[in-house]
Design a protein around this ligand. Structure first.
Ligand SMILES: *Cc1c(COP(=O)(O)O)cnc(C)c1O
Length: 380
């Protein structure tokens, strides 16, 4: 393990870094596989740099764990995976856009999702020019109100596809508008989708893969699993909604850690940082951490987030700056160089992505994706 000892020395020198426990990612993946059962394939969604976790490292680890299906947003991400020697099917969820080079689909053996007629025509053109049969997944909008053919278009599509033998419908899919709660709208989407799938089959088009469920639906809608589920946030260890916390024994794999650069004592009644938004009400020991909104620690967290220092929760005080965050460490024995946990756990304390997301009125997806690329990722 030459790399890891070199890594740990490099890590010692980082002012701020992300640590990703790939073992947890693998366990989360296996837990989800166990949940959906043997008959259902799990497609790992690794778009947006694997939700900020690192697309290559995450996909390599999942490949080794037996994952054969990956979902990305763009052709570029698909190429990146192939260049890193990731095998299996790579589904390009965003489809083929007008400004994409569709030739890469063939060159890198990518499987595009087709969700509108222009994309279908571009793919057909490519198939004809190359003389190859190109597998793709066809997407229907059953109520999400975003990408996908409308259910009414199914008839015309089937006609079109039956006459085009160079196009191979490898999969048929849809997407929930909100799977974090089980309700009649979601059940309605499943019903519409099932009817479309039946119609395709009765018309002689038999897609190998039928899929609709994301993480929320893996938990809330077992009848939507068909023979494949597309899981993103669950693999990274959290949930699309806070009320699902604990629904699976998954664990967050990402920690965000900084270090105390120096400490300073302030007298009672001192104002701290820009805008004088915080005034000390006692003699206060402040730790300065060189990390701020410039690298993704959002300014709205000023005076409301906590971090962990020496196993204790400590408040973030005063305005978060572009490159500095101030922590009240009066209650600790904090020393220069001590680790500061912005996200993750130490001892009994834990700061989850949901804790930060709630304070920012957002979801963990945005917390993970919001950590700047300039923050180096280290893998356990
Ligand atoms: C991102 C995405 C997913 C994954 O959703 P999670 O909530 O992260 O599990 C599934 N399907 C599609 C089409 C997506 O774009």
């Amino acid at each position: 393990m030459r790399r890891s000892s070199k890594d740990s020395r490099a890590k010692e020198k980082e002012r701020i870094f992300v640590e990703i426990d790939l073992g947890k990612i693998e366990r989360n993946y296996n837990l989800i596989k166990g949940k959906v059962g043997k008959e259902v394939d799990v497609l790992a969604v690794v778009k947006a740099d694997a939700y900020g976790h690192g697309i290559i490292e995450v996909s390599r680890r999942l490949s080794l764990a037996g994952c054969n299906f990956f979902g990305v947003s763009t052709i570029e991400e698909g190429i990146e995976l192939r260049k890193a020697k990731i095998g299996g099917r790579i589904l390009v969820l965003g489809g083929i856009l007008p400004f994409d080079g569709e030739r890469s689909i063939l060159k890198y053996d990518l499987t595009p999702v087709v969700h509108e007629i222009e994309g279908l025509k571009r793919l057909l053109g490519l198939a004809k020019r190359s003389g190859k049969k190109i597998p793709f997944h066809i997407k229907f909008d059953t109520g999400m109100g975003r990408l996908g053919f409308m259910p009414e278009e199914a008839g015309a599509l089937v006609e079109f596809l039956r006459n085009e033998s160079s196009l191979l419908v490898d999969g048929i899919m849809s997407h929930f508008s909100s799977s974090e709660e089980r309700d009649s709208y979601g059940l309605g989407q499943i019903e519409i989708f099932s009817k479309i799938v039946d119609f395709f089959r009765l018309s002689g088009i038999n897609p190998k893969y039928v899929h609709m469920a994301n993480t929320g639906a893996v938990i809330n809608y077992p009848e939507s699993h068909f023979n494949m589920v597309r899981v993103g946030i669950g693999i990274y260890g959290t949930y699309p909604s806070r009320n699902l916390e604990g629904a699976l024994p998954i664990e967050e794999a990402l920690s965000l850690k900084g270090r105390i650069a120096f400490l300073k004592d302030f007298e009672e009644g001192s104002f701290l940082s820009y805008g004088r938004t915080y005034r000390t009400n006692r003699k206060t020991k402040i730790a300065f951490v060189p990390f701020g909104y410039g690298e993704g620690y959002r300014r709205e967290l000023s005076n409301c987030a906590s971090v962990i220092v020496r196993g204790k929760r400590c408040p973030v005080v005063g305005r978060i700056c572009m490159d500095w965050t101030l922590i009240d460490v009066t209650e600790t024995e904090a020393q220069k160089g001590d680790p500061v946990i912005f996200l993750g756990c130490e001892g009994k304390e834990r700061i989850t992505a949901w804790e930060l997301a709630e304070k920012l009125k957002t979801i963990p997806y945005e917390i993970f994706c919001g950590i700047s690329k300039s923050v180096k990722r280290y893998y356990l």
